[in-house]
Write a protein that binds this ligand. Sequence first.
Ligand SMILES: Nc1nc2c(ncn2[C@@H]2O[C@H](COP(=O)(O)OP(=O)(O)OP(=O)(O)O)[C@@H](O)[C@H]2O)c(=O)[nH]1
Ligand SMILES: [Mg+2]
Length: 192
Amino acid sequence: MKIHTATFHKSVSALQGLPESSMPEIVFVGRSNVGKSTLLNTLTGRKALARTSSTPGKTRLINYFLINDCCYFVDLPGYGYAKVAKGERREWGHLLGGYISTRQSISLVVVLIDSRHPALDADRQMMDFLDHYHRPYGIVLTKYDKLKQKDKVRARRELKSIVPKTRFIVNYSALSGEGTAELLENLEHYTG
Ligand SMILES: Nc1nc2c(ncn2[C@@H]2O[C@H](COP(=O)(O)OP(=O)(O)OP(=O)(O)O)[C@@H](O)[C@H]2O)c(=O)[nH]1
Ligand SMILES: [Mg+2]
Protein backbone atom coordinates (compact mmCIF):
# COMPACT_ATOMS: atom_id res chain seq x y z
CA MET A 1 0.00 0.00 0.00
CA LYS A 2 0.99 3.62 -0.41
CA ILE A 3 0.24 5.98 2.44
CA HIS A 4 -1.18 9.29 1.27
CA THR A 5 -2.59 10.63 4.51
CA ALA A 6 -2.00 9.74 8.13
CA THR A 7 -3.62 11.66 10.94
CA PHE A 8 -4.10 11.18 14.64
CA HIS A 9 -7.70 10.21 15.28
CA LYS A 10 -8.24 9.37 18.93
CA SER A 11 -6.73 8.06 22.17
CA VAL A 12 -8.75 5.58 24.15
CA SER A 13 -8.25 4.59 27.80
CA ALA A 14 -11.11 2.11 28.14
CA LEU A 15 -12.85 -0.29 25.78
CA GLN A 16 -16.09 1.68 26.01
CA GLY A 17 -14.33 4.58 24.31
CA LEU A 18 -13.42 2.73 21.11
CA PRO A 19 -14.61 4.43 17.92
CA GLU A 20 -17.44 2.93 15.91
CA SER A 21 -15.99 -0.06 14.08
CA SER A 22 -16.49 1.14 10.56
CA MET A 23 -13.06 0.43 9.09
CA PRO A 24 -10.43 -2.32 9.26
CA GLU A 25 -7.87 -1.90 12.04
CA ILE A 26 -4.24 -2.94 11.72
CA VAL A 27 -2.86 -3.23 15.22
CA PHE A 28 0.76 -2.93 16.35
CA VAL A 29 1.74 -4.83 19.49
CA GLY A 30 4.97 -5.79 21.21
CA ARG A 31 7.04 -5.48 24.34
CA SER A 32 7.62 -2.04 25.77
CA ASN A 33 10.39 -0.20 23.95
CA VAL A 34 10.48 -2.61 21.00
CA GLY A 35 9.80 0.27 18.60
CA LYS A 36 6.03 0.27 17.89
CA SER A 37 5.55 4.01 17.89
CA THR A 38 8.78 4.58 15.97
CA LEU A 39 7.65 2.13 13.32
CA LEU A 40 4.34 3.94 12.91
CA ASN A 41 6.22 7.15 12.31
CA THR A 42 8.66 5.73 9.77
CA LEU A 43 5.95 3.75 8.02
CA THR A 44 3.72 6.78 7.57
CA GLY A 45 6.62 9.13 6.90
CA ARG A 46 5.39 11.38 9.69
CA LYS A 47 8.15 11.99 12.19
CA ALA A 48 6.06 12.85 15.21
CA LEU A 49 2.75 11.13 14.55
CA ALA A 50 3.14 8.69 17.45
CA ARG A 51 5.09 9.58 20.58
CA THR A 52 8.31 7.67 21.11
CA SER A 53 10.82 7.48 23.94
CA SER A 54 13.94 5.63 24.96
CA THR A 55 12.21 4.98 28.29
CA PRO A 56 9.85 1.97 28.17
CA GLY A 57 6.20 2.59 28.94
CA LYS A 58 5.76 5.65 26.75
CA THR A 59 2.49 4.63 25.10
CA ARG A 60 -0.21 4.21 27.72
CA LEU A 61 -3.39 4.37 25.70
CA ILE A 62 -4.89 2.82 22.61
CA ASN A 63 -4.04 5.34 19.89
CA TYR A 64 -5.92 5.42 16.62
CA PHE A 65 -4.43 6.84 13.45
CA LEU A 66 -6.55 7.25 10.36
CA ILE A 67 -4.73 6.11 7.21
CA ASN A 68 -5.87 7.14 3.71
CA ASP A 69 -9.43 7.55 5.05
CA CYS A 70 -9.79 3.81 4.65
CA CYS A 71 -8.34 2.08 7.70
CA TYR A 72 -6.86 2.62 11.12
CA PHE A 73 -3.38 1.88 12.36
CA VAL A 74 -3.58 1.29 16.10
CA ASP A 75 -0.66 1.86 18.48
CA LEU A 76 -0.91 0.02 21.79
CA PRO A 77 0.86 0.12 25.15
CA GLY A 78 3.72 -2.38 25.37
CA TYR A 79 3.72 -5.51 27.46
CA GLY A 80 6.31 -7.35 29.52
CA TYR A 81 8.20 -4.48 31.08
CA ALA A 82 9.02 -5.21 34.70
CA LYS A 83 9.72 -1.69 35.84
CA VAL A 84 6.21 -0.43 35.28
CA ALA A 85 4.16 -0.53 38.50
CA LYS A 86 2.22 -3.76 38.92
CA GLY A 87 -1.21 -2.12 39.11
CA GLU A 88 -0.62 -0.18 35.94
CA ARG A 89 0.73 -3.23 34.15
CA ARG A 90 -2.41 -5.14 35.04
CA GLU A 91 -4.54 -2.28 33.75
CA TRP A 92 -2.72 -2.21 30.41
CA GLY A 93 -2.96 -5.98 30.20
CA HIS A 94 -6.74 -5.82 30.56
CA LEU A 95 -7.04 -3.06 28.01
CA LEU A 96 -4.77 -4.82 25.53
CA GLY A 97 -6.22 -8.30 26.04
CA GLY A 98 -9.80 -7.07 26.02
CA TYR A 99 -9.27 -5.08 22.87
CA ILE A 100 -7.55 -7.84 20.92
CA SER A 101 -9.93 -10.58 21.99
CA THR A 102 -13.20 -8.72 21.37
CA ARG A 103 -12.67 -6.17 18.64
CA GLN A 104 -14.16 -7.59 15.46
CA SER A 105 -12.79 -4.95 13.12
CA ILE A 106 -9.16 -5.99 13.65
CA SER A 107 -7.96 -7.21 10.25
CA LEU A 108 -4.35 -7.90 11.22
CA VAL A 109 -2.10 -7.81 14.27
CA VAL A 110 1.50 -6.86 13.61
CA VAL A 111 3.69 -8.33 16.36
CA LEU A 112 6.94 -6.42 16.79
CA ILE A 113 9.78 -8.49 18.17
CA ASP A 114 13.24 -7.24 19.08
CA SER A 115 15.51 -8.94 16.56
CA ARG A 116 18.18 -9.34 19.24
CA HIS A 117 15.83 -11.44 21.42
CA PRO A 118 13.55 -13.29 19.02
CA ALA A 119 12.10 -15.94 21.32
CA LEU A 120 11.12 -14.37 24.62
CA ASP A 121 8.27 -15.82 26.67
CA ALA A 122 6.24 -12.62 26.60
CA ASP A 123 6.18 -12.66 22.79
CA ARG A 124 5.36 -16.35 22.60
CA GLN A 125 2.47 -15.78 24.99
CA MET A 126 1.17 -12.97 22.83
CA MET A 127 1.23 -15.21 19.75
CA ASP A 128 -0.50 -18.04 21.64
CA PHE A 129 -3.13 -15.52 22.64
CA LEU A 130 -3.58 -14.43 19.02
CA ASP A 131 -3.86 -18.05 17.89
CA HIS A 132 -6.46 -18.71 20.57
CA TYR A 133 -8.65 -15.86 19.34
CA HIS A 134 -7.98 -16.66 15.67
CA ARG A 135 -6.41 -13.33 14.96
CA PRO A 136 -4.24 -13.23 11.83
CA TYR A 137 -0.81 -11.85 12.57
CA GLY A 138 2.49 -11.02 10.97
CA ILE A 139 5.88 -10.41 12.55
CA VAL A 140 8.26 -7.49 12.31
CA LEU A 141 11.80 -7.95 13.65
CA THR A 142 12.76 -4.49 14.90
CA LYS A 143 16.11 -2.76 15.43
CA TYR A 144 17.64 -4.91 12.73
CA ASP A 145 20.46 -2.38 12.38
CA LYS A 146 21.75 -3.49 15.77
CA LEU A 147 22.36 -7.08 14.65
CA LYS A 148 25.59 -8.64 13.47
CA GLN A 149 25.39 -10.64 10.25
CA LYS A 150 25.59 -14.06 11.87
CA ASP A 151 22.86 -13.12 14.32
CA LYS A 152 20.57 -12.04 11.48
CA VAL A 153 20.44 -15.55 10.11
CA ARG A 154 19.93 -17.02 13.56
CA ALA A 155 17.10 -14.64 14.51
CA ARG A 156 14.99 -15.62 11.52
CA ARG A 157 15.67 -19.32 11.88
CA GLU A 158 14.73 -19.29 15.56
CA LEU A 159 11.51 -17.47 14.87
CA LYS A 160 10.42 -19.56 11.92
CA SER A 161 10.60 -22.71 13.99
CA ILE A 162 8.28 -21.37 16.69
CA VAL A 163 5.71 -19.42 14.69
CA PRO A 164 4.52 -21.42 11.70
CA LYS A 165 1.26 -19.47 11.56
CA THR A 166 2.66 -16.04 10.92
CA ARG A 167 1.63 -14.42 7.63
CA PHE A 168 5.01 -12.77 7.16
CA ILE A 169 8.32 -11.97 8.83
CA VAL A 170 9.82 -8.61 7.91
CA ASN A 171 13.25 -7.39 9.04
CA TYR A 172 12.92 -3.78 10.03
CA SER A 173 15.17 -0.87 10.85
CA ALA A 174 13.80 2.55 11.58
CA LEU A 175 17.32 3.92 11.17
CA SER A 176 18.01 2.70 7.64
CA GLY A 177 14.43 2.29 6.47
CA GLU A 178 15.06 -1.37 5.67
CA GLY A 179 11.80 -3.32 5.60
CA THR A 180 9.47 -0.35 5.08
CA ALA A 181 8.47 -1.17 1.52
CA GLU A 182 8.16 -4.88 2.25
CA LEU A 183 5.95 -4.27 5.27
CA LEU A 184 3.68 -1.85 3.39
CA GLU A 185 3.29 -4.43 0.65
CA ASN A 186 2.21 -7.01 3.21
CA LEU A 187 -0.25 -4.65 4.88
CA GLU A 188 -2.01 -3.96 1.59
CA HIS A 189 -4.10 -7.12 1.95
CA TYR A 190 -5.60 -5.99 5.26
CA THR A 191 -6.72 -2.47 4.51
CA GLY A 192 -10.20 -3.39 3.30
N1 LIG B 1 18.60 1.46 16.51
C1 LIG B 1 17.27 1.46 16.43
N2 LIG B 1 16.55 2.00 17.43
C2 LIG B 1 15.20 1.97 17.34
C3 LIG B 1 14.54 1.38 16.23
N3 LIG B 1 13.20 1.48 16.43
C4 LIG B 1 13.05 2.11 17.62
N4 LIG B 1 14.23 2.42 18.18
C5 LIG B 1 14.45 3.11 19.48
O1 LIG B 1 13.83 2.35 20.52
C6 LIG B 1 13.28 3.19 21.52
C7 LIG B 1 11.82 2.84 21.78
O2 LIG B 1 11.04 3.18 20.68
P1 LIG B 1 9.44 3.39 20.78
O3 LIG B 1 8.97 3.49 19.38
O4 LIG B 1 9.08 4.50 21.70
O5 LIG B 1 9.00 2.00 21.42
P2 LIG B 1 7.51 1.49 21.81
O6 LIG B 1 7.45 0.07 21.44
O7 LIG B 1 6.49 2.38 21.21
O8 LIG B 1 7.56 1.62 23.40
P3 LIG B 1 6.33 1.78 24.44
O9 LIG B 1 5.41 2.82 23.93
O10 LIG B 1 7.04 2.18 25.70
O11 LIG B 1 5.70 0.44 24.56
C8 LIG B 1 13.49 4.62 21.03
O12 LIG B 1 14.62 5.14 21.67
C9 LIG B 1 13.73 4.45 19.53
O13 LIG B 1 14.53 5.46 18.99
C10 LIG B 1 15.36 0.82 15.17
O14 LIG B 1 14.88 0.27 14.17
N5 LIG B 1 16.71 0.89 15.33
MG1 LIG C 1 4.94 3.40 22.04
